[in-house]
Design a protein around this ligand. Sequence first.
Ligand SMILES: NC(=O)c1ccc[n+]([C@@H]2O[C@H](COP(=O)([O-])OP(=O)(O)OC[C@H]3O[C@@H](n4cnc5c(N)ncnc54)[C@H](OP(=O)(O)O)[C@@H]3O)[C@@H](O)[C@H]2O)c1
Length: 246
Amino acid sequence: MASLTGKVAIVTGASNGIGRAIAERLAQEGATVVVNYGKSVDKAKQVVADIEAKGGNAVAVHADMSKVSDARRLIKDTVKQFGRLDILVNNAGMFMPKPLAETTEEEFDRIFTLNAKGPYFAMQEAAKVIADGGRIVNISTDGTHLGFPGATAYLGSKGALEQFTKGLAHELAPKGVTVNTVSPGFTDTDMLRGGGPQFAEVGTQMSPLKRLGTPKDIADVVSFVVSNQGRWITGQNIHAGGGVVM
Ligand SMILES: NC(=O)c1ccc[n+]([C@@H]2O[C@H](COP(=O)([O-])OP(=O)(O)OC[C@H]3O[C@@H](n4cnc5c(N)ncnc54)[C@H](OP(=O)(O)O)[C@@H]3O)[C@@H](O)[C@H]2O)c1
């Protein structure tokens, strides 16, 4: 039997990139997966079709994770539809390669709302219903550790998410729920490519392994953290960045 058989997982921002790979991986392990999307309905439906083609179970659900009401609804509707919630992966996020001097107040609010506020209230709602022994994983970035230059608001928003992890790990410990951060390094997705051609080159050179990460590299780490084998890890930030150092 696959390790997540009978479990229900939500992966936010699962229509593309790292979220998509996580959704596919958890479905491969037997979980029923809620493939959340913001704008890309067709891509989300394709993820579901691909999962089903391999014998897995998934549904595509729209929720704009920068809206607290949507984040709450996503959790409530999952429990309504499937009767339980075991795993929440807060992956939806945005990157903003802007230094302090160029960041507007509107941009600051936008990035914090999606990368920190949405996940916070998704976790608040999830904390009410998540099954004993459940798992929450927040996707941050290796950049907070490296002090990656020129993306100060982005690093701040992900830094907040990392601190939520530490606090909530204590709050949910009585239920045996683990809460962890997984921090990808330079990973080959539309987000990385959209930041400009320099990111792929810099990311490849900075890793001792001399390649970019793949979404699957990150999904494999998340899969371990949410499995029974990951039960003794909580409140941690697991860096999945191919050994990049600055
Ligand atoms: N790629 C990297 O090098 C890298 C490195 C470190 C950390 N990360 C983190 O990894 C996560 C995934 O990034 P990625 O590289 O896979 O990016 P991506 O390929 O651009 O995918 C981003 C995903 O987030 C979703 N999303 C965006 N806004 C949303 C919203 N308001 N509500 C719901 N979903 C929303 C998108 O879905 P829709 O199109 O449907 O809106 C998409 O599925 C992010 O949190 C990012 O910060 C990435």
